[in-house]
Structure formats: structure tokens, C-alpha cells
Design a protein around this ligand. Sequence first.
Ligand code: FES
Length: 319
Amino acid sequence: MTLLQVRVAARRQEAQDICSFDLVAAGAAALPGFSPGAHVDVHVPGGLVRQYSLWNDPTEQGIYRIGVLKEPNGRGGSRAMHEAVEIGTLLQVSAPRNQFALNESAGSSLLLAGGIGITPILCMAQALARRERAFSLHYCTRSRDRAAFLERLYAADLAGSVHLHFDDGPASQRLDIDALLQRQDPATHLYVCGPKGFMDAVLDAAKKSGWPDDRVHYEFFRADPVHLEGDAPFEVRLARSGRIVAIPADRTVTQALAEAGVDVPTSCEQGICGTCVTPVLEGTPDHRDSYLMPDEHAANDCFTPCCSRSRSPLLVLDL
Ligand code: FES
């Protein structure tokens, strides 16, 4: 994948533990455009690769604005961004990719953000406002101190559609997810991004209220850590060479393949980014990712070897 060289043109403290970084081209080549919901893979100092959604309006050309929550118990990517990236730092990023696309012609849109999940949601809100589409945005955080981008959210084009909810505020302003989802127009599309507990609550409520899958759009930015306890070993056969690699109970498929000298590109290693998706020719994967859609899981013709395993004793991979 071609990497873009960018320079940090600005860095701002947006809220407690949240910094935003404005990235511009470091060379003469212009940055490619992007669509609402897109993210870039950022190669952060120290060698990790992390996905960050772009929160600026896609019509703003030549700049990628990202927001990063410092996670003290994370694996080091956000800490490196907060501690080692300053104005002028040069970074490499992927071209924007979009796995959380906005239907800009929908009759109305309901945008739900929890915590740092506001980044793609803010991008979508600006696109919808510019196109004068009906939408409402609900942003839930633990406290006002932790709510980022308030200045942008309070700007005239968005303020009338934005609702803030703070966990430490009065009960009357907390978000009643069930009630909100039940009173929506049937043509509304739902977009949700945030921590896993928030996502699960919204997606469960959508299911209970009968929202069809094609009107529910979501993006996980962090998954549960990959747990291998209690897993069984199996084998994979690499179709192109015929080689068989044993996958022990305590190794992911990508780890076991790497130890056997077979590299599969990875990024998040949590089943959320799609970098490692690999075609499956035979066997039944045990899907554990949050990236593939339910119909893709059901088709069983590809899987994410960074976290998924096998229900059959052998998986044949197109590698
Ligand atoms: S590396 Fe991100 S889904 Fe596997």
C-alpha cells in the first residue's frame, strides 16, 4: 500500500485526554480526498500502526484532521501520538479508506457517538449539514471535560441538530437509547461509533426495535483483546504451496504463520480494520472480528486471521 508523507501542521487539546492533529502533505503531492466516515492508518512513532477517523468536512481539501484519545492502558499507539507527535513531526499515513460510509441521500440520519467515536460522526454531521439533509447527533461522554470539538458542534450549521449527554449530569439529559430508536422515522439511517459497551447498547436496542440491518451502520474503533484461553489447535493449508501450518491453541493464525515464515499484513490485530482479511477456500472459520458484515461471516469465504480461528480441523487459505 502506498504511504503518504504528512507533516503535523497543528495540534490542539480538544478535551481531557483528547488531542487533535492536523496533517498536511509533507511534499509536493496533494493529499487524496476522502468521504464521510473515512479513516487513515497512521504509522505512529515506535512502529505501531493505528486507525484514526478523519473528523473534518470532506470538502476541506489538503488536510486530514484526526482526534486521538490517550489510553493509558492501551498498547502504546495513542500514548506515542500524545507524547511524541508535535507540530512539525513528519508521519506516514495510508490513503483514506472508508468502512463506515454515509448514505448522503437518506431521508434522515441519526448519528450516535460515544467518547472518541465523535470523530467520524462529526465528519458525517458536517457533510449532512452542508447538503441540508435532516439529521440529529447525540454525543455521550462521561463529563463535559471529556467532550471534544464543542466549539465546532456549537457552530451555527450544527448546533440545532446536536444533543449532548453527560454521564455525570442530571438524569433528565441522559440518552434514553430505546426511546430514541423507537421514535425514528422508518426511512432513517442509524450511524453509531464509540466504546464497545456503548456500541453494544445501541446495536442491541436497534435489533430489539426491529431496525433492518441495511439501515444500521457502525464502526468499532477498539475491540476486546483477543483471548485464546480454551481454544483448540487446528491446521491451515496454504493453497498456493500446499504447505500445512499447525495453529497451536495459544497462537493466533497470523502469529503461527509469521513463526513459519509466512507474513500476512496486519494492523489493528483486533479484528476491526480489515487489513488481514484472507480468502478461505475450504473449511469453516470461527469468525471473531467486528469488521466483516454478517452476510460475509455467513459466506465463510474469507476471515480475519489476526483474531478468528476455525470450526473445522483444517482451513485452506488462498495464500
Ligand atoms: S489486522 Fe485488523 S482485522 Fe486483522
